[in-house]
Write a protein that binds this ligand. Sequence first.
Ligand code: NDP
Ligand code: 8X3
Length: 249
Amino acid sequence: MKTALITGATSGIGRATARYFAKNHFRLIICGRREERLAELQDEFSALTQVHTLTFDVSNRQAVEEAISSLPDDFKDIDILINNAGNAHGLDPIENGSTDDWDAMLDINVKGLLYVSKAVIPGMVARSHGHIINIGSIAGKEVYPNGNVYCASKHAVDALNQGMRMDLNQYGIRVGAINPGLVETEFSEVRFKGDTERAGNVYKGYEPLKAEDIADIITFVVTRPYHVNIADLTVLPTAQASATMVKKG
Ligand code: NDP
Ligand code: 8X3
């Protein structure tokens, strides 16, 4: 049985991926800050597989180290790491951007991904086996107006995905990125700080991706034979041609 650790499993892409993995009977370590949601998911999945929950903020280095080192023996050997936790905070021109928003995006999307990877990679290296999937974005391939720091954080994920793949190549560890376009999740609610009307408008007038679409692809990627590494995949709704071009109506 494979063991998978998913960050950001309480919502959106991470939660949908956890559901797909549970159906595939992967042993699951589900992570997030919202403990009640993790408990609900543990109940939901426990008939299908073994589940362990870890409640921590990925941007808190000490909390990350303590959480990963607290894993019970059955869950310690992580085969698959899904670096998914992340969000956008704000959508403002650079001259008006909030430094708190900038800190949050860089601390969570970049440093958080690094802290979790740092805690998990040594076990993969010791076993010469493992698969890391970094959730990037179309925003890591292109920059769009007012996306400045979020785009920078996802460009950093793109660079780290390439760097990790090179450095871990000698250990036979697979590393790849999935870069979604517009997916209807809690992402825009977080970006617009709870303004549900503005968030809802992001997904109106066309058919956005669903979290399950990405989860299905992640499940495909992790179930390829071990010599196959899907290194970098961009997935857009059919209505979306680029970060800034969406056919509506
Ligand atoms: P959601 O807001 O639905 O989910 C985000 C998840 O990240 C939640 O489970 C949240 O858990 C977790 N998270 C956020 N901050 C932290 C933190 N500081 N510590 C621990 N966990 C955290 O958004 P998505 O599912 O859409 O986003 C998942 C990933 O996909 C992100 O990396 C995002 O950038 C990326 N993405 C999303 C796209 C979209 O259009 N939706 C497109 C391209 C990429 P909790 O709040 O419980 O901590
Ligand atoms: C999320 C997609 O286009 O809102 O990464 O940046 S976008």
